[in-house]
Structure formats: structure tokens, C-alpha cells
Write a protein that binds this ligand. Structure first.
Ligand SMILES: [Cu+2]
Length: 151
């Protein structure tokens, strides 16, 4: 019980301070709890479309049905925030917060679109919804992975 309280305090403090780098630090492996995914949720990329040929500045619009969008850190049931996976071969580990790097972009302000600059060639884009602590839902709520070609 005491251990659980300590964990909760740590988790809440983490969310309040937005200490994502510390939580994602590989040197401190600690499995964090995940939020159960509500049934019937659909995450999808509104645009671009799979197979589109695009310019190097790509505006990606995020679609979500069956849940709401909240900023990271907001412990509001039935909500999450978007993560855009760019050229990620696989989903990140499920027991850790989604990393923040060139392949994993967080939209912790509750944004529902972004513009990314991509090099010429083929790229994959996929959305992965995260909870208040940047953890993937259980099971993960992800969009179809699309491929675009930058001319
Ligand atoms: Cu996040």
C-alpha cells in the first residue's frame, strides 16, 4: 500500500513536472502502469492519404473517434494525446513512456495536426495515442501506418 502511494506520488509528480526525459531514461528501467483502452476507439490519419506524393513540408492531420484529446499530464478519463511515429519500424516498448526523438513526436499540448519536414523518398507515418504519462494504451491505440513519397 505504502509502495503504491509512493509510486502514485512519483507518477503524479512526473506528470506535473513533465519530466519525460527522466521517465524515458534507459538507465532507470521501471515498468509503469498502462491505461486500458476503451472499446471502439479509432485513430486515423486524415491527411495525407496512404500512397500520396507530397512536398517536403507535410501537414499531418490527426483523427480520433471514441475518445477525446487532452494535454499530456491531464488525468482525464477517456482522453489521450497524439504521437506521430515517423519511419518507426515497430511500436516503442509498451512498459515505458513513448520516447521523444526524431521517430517519435509528442503532441502534449493536445494538438491535432502538425507540419513535419521530410527528406525526399518514402516515409511511413503512424499515430500512437498516449495517456497522460505518455504511456501507450492497453492494447495500444494506433492508426494504420501509411506511406508517403516526398518528391
Ligand atoms: Cu507524449
Amino acid at each position: 500500500m505504502r509502495f503504491k502511494l509512493i509510486i502514485s506520488a512519483f507518477v503524479i509528480a512526473g506528470a506535473a513536472l513533465q519530466v519525460l526525459p527522466a521517465l524515458a531514461d534507459e538507465s532507470k528501467p521501471m515498468s509503469l502502469p498502462r491505461t486500458a483502452a476503451p472499446a471502439g476507439v479509432e485513430l486515423y490519419i486524415i491527411s495525407p492519404k496512404d500512397g500520396d506524393i507530397v512536398g517536403k513540408e507535410v501537414t499531418v492531420r490527426f483523427g480520433l473517434r471514441g475518445m477525446g484529446v487532452s494535454p499530456a499530464g491531464a488525468m482525464k478519463e477517456g482522453t489521450g494525446h497524439h504521437h506521430l511515429l515517423i519511419d518507426a519500424d515497430a511500436l516503442p516498448p509498451l512498459d515505458q513512456p513513448i520516447p521523444a526523438d526524431d521517430h517519435h513526436k509528442h503532441f502534449g499540448g493536445g494538438q491535432t495536426e502538425t507540419t513535419v519536414t521530410l527528406a525526399p523518398g518514402k516515409h511511413t507515418l503512424q499515430l500512437d495515442l498516449g495517456d497522460a504519462l505518455h504511456m501507450q494504451f492497453d492494447p495500444p491505440i494506433v492508426s494504420k501506418k501509411i506511406t508517403v513519397t516526398v518528391k
